[in-house]
Design a protein around this ligand. Structure first.
Ligand SMILES: Cc1cc2nc3c(=O)[nH]c(=O)nc-3n(C[C@H](O)[C@H](O)[C@H](O)COP(=O)(O)OP(=O)(O)OC[C@H]3O[C@@H](n4cnc5c(N)ncnc54)[C@H](O)[C@@H]3O)c2cc1C
Length: 431
């Protein structure tokens, strides 16, 4: 029997065995069930199951194994790298329960919960999660890649805070995986699943809300198409050489076309924006960012005290789905010439480059062994480019070749110490 025939037989058995929806391609709701933040890839499996709970996941994995049907896990789609074109896709978004233990300061997080779900449950207890730039990212998917949070230099990797994962193996067995399963636990924290297991929940430590200073300093570094003034980029390089762990920052460089619908200050301009988050007082934040403010007058400066609930304003990333491809390098230094090239940002494709300042608590040895990439890196340089969804949905490898933003990373390559799997996203060679 072909996989398609096996999947159709499996659909019949599953419909009687799981609580969530079981949908075939012609069923209404099939496309919606596979909704994704990434629009440059589209899962087109023989069958989709919307798991309601861990029992559903166990049943799908056990029966799919018996029928020889491949299983793909899908949550928000932020980190999609390939599209499944056969077998069964299990979606996890209904498994978004969060249970807070305010005494242990932990959250029991469902395999499909987003950081927004965790924050909503934790905030009434004065606690916050180790979330990153956007709250709609999946908490488990993010943590499997290590997880670089808003305050990563003071709080360390999100995966450092994990006490245990509940997983369902590819044979449909449920297991609690913690420090005693040293190799498996290490693999999950940094490299993700070892053998196709699905994480149905994790227990993760939470942090005190505390006073937060956050926002962005935006600088105009020249007209799009011009040489671009690297002064702010060089200042970021010097500034980050000597900052306390309490401050975590990211430099973003992008060029805007001269289009009517853009705000006048961005039209046809090349922009450098430094996102800043600090656990501490306003005075301390002002004192620490003074060297940046002195380089040039920012065209926008939003650094101010903020409740954690508004933390997405720090990175100010768009939270609407789109087609994109992301590549990255972990580096142990920023090359001065690479920064001059970045100020020019001239290349074959449109690209946005984010340079995240690492180090601090991220550089400390793991107390429980893990496989996180980047403890020895000082920066993560990540390049993101839009892809043409008309090409990438049918020919992901061709879309990758067309839009690959890797050219923007090449000048940083001399100081490369690795690659972060969590920031390698979008269409690749596999379809
Ligand atoms: C706009 C944007 C902002 C981001 N910001 C940050 C940031 O600030 N810090 C950071 O560290 N990372 C960040 N990332 C990277 C992000 O953490 C990864 O892309 C992560 O893989 C997303 O997980 P997801 O579950 O949301 O996505 P999905 O695409 O649904 O999942 C990604 C991968 O993880 C697997 N997976 C997800 N959940 C499970 C599970 N429960 N069990 C087994 N496998 C699972 C999926 O099968 C898939 O292979 C960002 C990404 C984007 C697109």
């Amino acid at each position: 029997m072909t996989i398609e025939n096996e999947a159709s037989a499996l659909a019949g058995v599953l419909a009687d065995s799981v609580a969530g929806p079981v949908l075939l391609p012609d069923d209404s709701g099939f496309t919606e069930e596979l909704a994704s933040f990434q629009l440059g890839l589209r899962h087109q499996p023989d069958l989709v199951v919307g798991a309601r709970d861990a029992a559903d996941v166990r049943t799908v994995l056990r029966l799919a194994g018996e029928h020889g049907v491949p299983v793909t896990v899908h949550n928000t789609g932020h980190g999609m790298r390939f599209a499944a074109n056969e077998g069964v896709v299990v979606t996890l978004r209904r498994m978004n329960g969060v249970l807070i233990d305010p005494v242990a300061r932990t959250a029991r997080v469902g395999g499909g919960a987003t950081w927004n779900d965790v924050l909503a449950a934790a905030a009434p207890h004065g606690l916050v999660p180790p979330s990153g730039s956007l709250g709609c990212v999946g908490a488990v998917g993010y943590t499997l890649g290590g997880g670089i949070s808003l305050l990563a230099r003071s709080d360390g990797w999100a995966s450092d805070l994990v006490r245990s994962f509940t997983v369902v193996t590819d044979e449909g067995e449920e297991r609690e995986v913690g420090p005693r399963d040293a190799e498996w636990f290490a693999h999950l924290r940094g490299s993700g699943p070892m053998r196709g297991e699905v994480v149905t929940g994790m227990t993760v430590g939470l942090l005190s809300e505390g006073p937060l200073q956050g926002g962005g300093l935006t600088f105009d570094i020249g007209a799009t198409g011009s040489k671009g003034d690297p002064a702010v980029l060089h200042a970021f390089q010097e500034w980050t050489a000597d900052l306390p762990e309490e401050l975590t920052s990211t430099l973003r460089v992008m060029s805007f076309p001269d289009l009517d619908y853009l705000p006048p200050m961005l039209r046809g301009r090349r922009i450098a924006r430094v996102a800043v988050a600090l656990r501490g007082s306003r005075e301390e934040a002002d004192r620490l960012v003074a060297p940046l403010r002195r380089v040039a007058p920012p065209i926008e400066d939003t650094l101010a005290p903020m409740p954690f609930a508004e933390y997405e304003r720090v990175h100010a990333e768009p939270d609407n789905p789109g087609p994109y491809i992301g590549e990255n390098l972990l580096v142990d230094a920023l090359d001065t010439t690479a920064l001059e090239n970045l100020a020019r940002l001239d290349g074959p494709t449109m690209v946005i480059v984010n340079i995240r300042h690492l180090g601090g608590a991220l550089a400390r040895p793991a107390t429980v062994p893990d496989t996180v990439q980047g403890r020895d890196a000082r920066y993560l340089v990540a390049a993101v480019a839009p892809v043409d969804p008309c090409v990438s949905v049918t020919h992901p490898a061709a879309a990758h070749d067309q839009a690959n933003p890797g050219w923007a990373l090449e000048p940083f390559g001399t100081a490369a110490v690795g690659v972060s799997p969590g920031f390698t996203v979008g269409p690749r060679g596999r379809s």
